[in-house]
Design a protein around this ligand. Structure first.
Ligand code: 3PY
Ligand code: MG
Length: 259
């Protein structure tokens, strides 16, 4: 494995216990993903669930993020596990799957991310070789360790099934969607990523991940929130989104100009 293999950095750094901050890209332009991740982020997530990013742009973004020396993570649309395998072939270091609500969901997700004997991923890597710094058989034997399967916890059902989701072979960790979780925990009363019930759930999820040796991650609206969540033991924290940062920057500069 070469030192410049960006795909490999994610699993290595998380296993070493580091806390990583990642950008969140929903705009359908791979150059935005590259430009943002170069601002000293540890990784970039390309969001195919709620972002406007299509498959081709996601594949391009994985390459450009790799060119910046960083690993790219992709969030797939709900249940589109076949897309997960295709993005791994293209060099995604991890897949984040939304709405994983049961052990059965987690098993199906992991089966598309991991090769046998853990899962049933079909063979067909192309750009993953270059980004992992490994070819053929050498890649095959390392792939299940290098490519991570991260299950999103964002419903009551998922919280109830948390331990059994974490126990599924091939599931490397979980990622909290605080907005959906707030909707679920308040029975549809509010959407509030910073709701006290979400904070309580984060504490519980962080503790269960620690006990089971799995990675805990979470979506964070701001850098301040990412700092708080990291202090709870979460080691894969996103910060804002490309769209939100662009609007914030525009607002600040206009305010500076207009006073
Ligand atoms: C949520 O907060 O529900 C998310 O999925 C973050 O994008
Ligand atoms: Mg969500």
């Amino acid at each position: 494995m070469t030192a410049s293999a960006p795909l490999a950095h994610l699993a290595r750094r998380l296993r070493a216990g580091e806390t990583l901050f990642m950008s969140w890209c929903g705009m359908n332009d791979a150059a935005i993903a590259e430009a943002t991740v170069r601002e000293n982020f540890d990784a970039a997530l390309i969001d195919m669930q709620h972002g406007a990013v299509d498959f081709t742009t996601t594949v391009q973004a994985i390459g450009l993020v790799g060119l910046a020396g960083k690993p790219a993570i992709a969030r797939i649309p709900v249940g589109e596990f076949a897309t997960a395998s295709r993005l791994l072939d293209a060099g995604a270091a991890a897949i984040v799957a939304p709405m994983i609500n049961s052990e059965a969901d987690a098993k199906r997700f992991a089966s598309f991310v991991k090769f046998p004997p853990v899962g049933e991923r079909s063979w067909g890597p192309h750009r993953a070789f270059g980004l992992a710094g490994l070819e053929g058989e050498a890649y095959f034997h390392k792939a299940n360790d290098l490519h991570l399967a991260i299950a999103m916890i964002e419903t009551r059902e998922a919280l109830d099934a948390l331990d059994s989701i974490l126990d599924v072979p091939g599931i490397d960790g979980v990622f909290v969607g605080p907005s959906d979780l707030s909707i679920a925990l308040t029975k549809g009363a509010v959407v509030d990523a910073g709701h006290p019930e979400v904070d309580k759930a984060l504490d519980h999820i962080g503790a269960r991940c620690k006990a089971k040796g799995k990675v805990a991650g979470a979506f964070c609206m701001t850098g301040k929130r990412a700092k708080e969540v990291a202090a709870k033991g979460f080691r894969l924290c996103s910060i804002s989104t490309d769209g939100m940062m662009m609007r914030l920057g525009a607002r600040m500069e206009l305010k500076a100009a207009r006073g």
